[in-house]
Design a protein around this ligand. Structure first.
Ligand SMILES: [Zn+2]
Length: 646
């Protein structure tokens, strides 16, 4: 019955001519900047991609607006603009309460019966609307393999196919990644909280310290469910012995542990399983250990992230335990100094190689019509190492540039090797597309959008009537006087009107909205950085950009920063620091999140010529369906890259 209904649903589709019977392989690399690729192609540094360009094409790939990963990968998956899929930014807000939430979805805790047995399994509710193109292909009989495609989570139900979710998969705490820093620094208790991490102070007696690792909060009591760890150190030998329930390991300074397996008794009837690795950073006068976040165990998934569920165990049998956290490279730990640059890059290489091996293995195993596999290393390395390639960045040093100035290029060389290895496995009829979701820019100066809105009389702070001096250190849109507010910003590039009928305490009448948007837009386009004389915004977009069933959630104004500029993290969280502009002294030194879409395309290589001149993310899934001879749903907005424009 289900397939009959599917058949009729698919009859109402656009007919697109199909190619010869080959497979479709799409390799995705997050955040690859086309201008760097062009330079490296010209220098002969990317031979596999160069061969692909000669067979077919290399062009910039139009990103989503804004060109940030949750939005862009959702446009890729659903072949739709954000107005239709509804993922606009890392953060979204409930307009009635002004309270923020994660922009692409949130974990839902389990529910228990009085005896502690599970009545509702933990789950993840995605904000994204619309079917994935691989789900559509699978409904029409295609066998698909979907490997760590960002923001394609939760795992979809697919027939005779497999899926391993990537970015979006949380840790056991339900966060995007919370690492642990265990340390006996005397001041550890007084240090500020770690963004993206948890401090675990160690207190040694006779060189032995016992602590408990706080894992996840109990859904009812909200207390942390934890487990004990004992650390015994030999400072002369620079080594430590670490005991967790059921296991003792020995580590030398600078060494990584194997995967450790954790079990947390949430109720007498339910244990949450996790895995983690530990690195002994320092074992001398001071002891410091870094532990990865508590990652979901692939054999016993707290929230399902593979299809079929047994695929997780299957992968463990094939390769041993592996990284499952979606935010797979621990950028937080590098920013907070809990990991060094070298350890971070080693980990990027290790994980990229693991994903390459998995991809090649899945190709060898066959039984597939469509394979999509993605890597996030280029994006993360670009975010954190851009400071070494931009002499104008506040953290640039010649010494750093000599050592890490080509860290981004190194990830592209790795990408090229992966593409070459995959290309060798393809038959003459197979279609290969290599793509990136967006490009990259430097991030030298942060702009406090909410502070600008205050200075210009659009946003009011409780108890601070003077717009020339008012500021607000509180995150998450707390502390504003909504009765006097006309516009506010939340997220990396979104500005919202305080609209009557939509916002809980709206002040802007719907009839005034268009005029107010136009007024704010024209003022923003004039904002200049006094230290350089440069305009901060290259473009300012409005909600007219977005169309579809989720257009009601769109920002009223979408910022389009010029190279070098982005919203500050404080402003993104809804605060309004005192200064309008703040030099970016964070290692997070490259960005793209609210850059102008017009100057932030990704890349596209195809192993045969294409007919469409200006390909966009939404086109790739449509092209894949057409190539496989499958019907394309009417609501897919993309174009078949091989069909000339009518
Ligand atoms: Zn990024």
């Amino acid at each position: 019955m289900r397939s009959v209904l599917r058949f009729f649903a698919l009859c109402a589709t656009v007919a697109i001519p199909a190619f010869a019977a080959g497979r479709v392989i799409i390799l995705g690399f997050d955040g690859v900047e086309p201008t760097i690729v062009q330079t490296m192609l010209d220098a002969g540094e990317l031979p596999a991609l160069d061969a692909l360009r000669k067979q077919g094409v290399f062009v910039p790939l139009g990103s989503s607006n804004p060109p940030q990963s949750p939005t862009a990968w959702s446009s890729f998956a659903t072949c739709k603009n954000p107005g239709a899929h509804g993922v606009y930014d890392f953060l979204r807000r409930d307009p009635k309460t002004y309270l923020p939430a994660v922009g692409f979805g949130s974990p839902e805790p389990p529910a228990f019966a009085p005896d502690g047995s599970v009545t509702k399994a933990p789950a993840f509710r995605s904000v994204r609307k619309g079917k994935s193109f691989w789900g559509v292909a699978n409904e029409q009989g295609a066998k698909v393999k979907i490997l760590t495609v960002p923001f394609a989570f939760p795992a979809e139900d697919l027939e005779d196919s497999c899926m391993l979710c990537g970015l979006g998969v949380p840790d056991l705490r339900g966060t995007q990644s919370t690492f642990f820093l265990m340390s006996d620094e005397v001041q550890a208790l007084d240090l500020p909280p770690l963004a993206g991490g948890a401090r675990v102070p160690l207190s040694f007696a006779a060189e032995k310290a016992s602590v408990r690792i706080p894992a996840l909060r109990h859904p009812q009591t909200r207390q942390f469910v934890d487990a004990p760890v004992t650390i015994t150190v030999d400072r002369n030998a620079k080594s430590a012995e670490i005991t967790i329930p059921g296991k003792t390991i020995a580590l030398k300074e600078g060494e990584w542990s194997e995967w450790l397996e954790w079990s947390f008794a949430v109720t007498p009837m339910f244990e949450a399983k996790a895995i983690s690795r530990i690195q002994l950073l320092e074992c001398g006068a001071q002891v410091r250990l870094y532990m990865t976040c508590l990652q979901l165990d692939p054999r016993n998934q707290y929230i399902r992230f593979t299809t079929p569920p047994e695929y997780g165990s299957d992968l463990v049998k094939r390769y041993g335990l592996f990284t499952t956290i979606g935010w797979d490279h621990d950028t937080h730990a590098l920013r907070q100094g809990a990991l060094t640059e070298d350890l971070f890059l080693d980990d990027v290489n290790r994980l990229s190689s693991w994903r390459a091996a998995l991809t090649l293995d899945e190709l060898d195993r066959g039984n597939l019509d469509l394979l999509v596999s993605a890597w996030t290393g280029p994006d993360r390395v670009s975010h954190l190492f851009w400071r070494f390639r931009d002499p104008k960045h506040p953290l640039y040093t010649a010494e750093g540039a000599a050592k890490y100035g080509r860290a981004v290029e190194d990830t592209y060389i790795h990408m090229d090797r992966i593409v070459g290895d995959v290309a060798k496995k393809l038959g003459p009829d197979d279609l290969l597309m290599v793509m990136s979701d967006h490009g990259f820019h430097g991030f030298r100066m942060g702009f406090n959008v909410n502070t600008w809105l205050i200075r210009n009389g659009y946003l009011a702070v409780e108890g601070q009537p003077d717009p020339k001096t008012a500021s607000n250190p509180k995150d998450f849109l707390q502390g504003y006087d909504w009765t006097k507010t006309r516009a506010y910003s939340l997220g990396l590039g979104s500005v919202f009107l305080n609209l009557e009928g939509r916002e809980g305490k709206g002040t802007v009448a719907p009839a005034e909205a268009a005029g107010l948007i136009a007024e704010i837009r024209s003022k923003l386009l004039e904002v200049v950085d006094p230290s350089t004389g440069e305009k901060i915004f290259q473009a300012i977009y409005t909600r007219d950009e977005f169309h579809g069933e989720a257009a009601g959630d769109a920002p009223d104004i979408q910022l389009g920063y010029a190279d070098g500029y982005q919203s500050t993290k404080d402003s993104a969280k809804g605060a309004a620091p005192k200064e309008l502009l703040e030099p970016n002294d964070d290692k997070w030194s490259g960005e793209h999140a609210a850059s102008d879409i017009a100057s932030t395309p990704g890349i596209l290589f195809v192993n045969r010529p294409i007919a469409v001149k200006d390909p966009r993310l939404e086109d790739l899934g449509v092209t894949a369906l057409a190539y496989l001879g499958k019907a394309v749903p009417k609501d897919f907005e993309g174009r078949n890259l091989f069909a000339p424009a009518p």
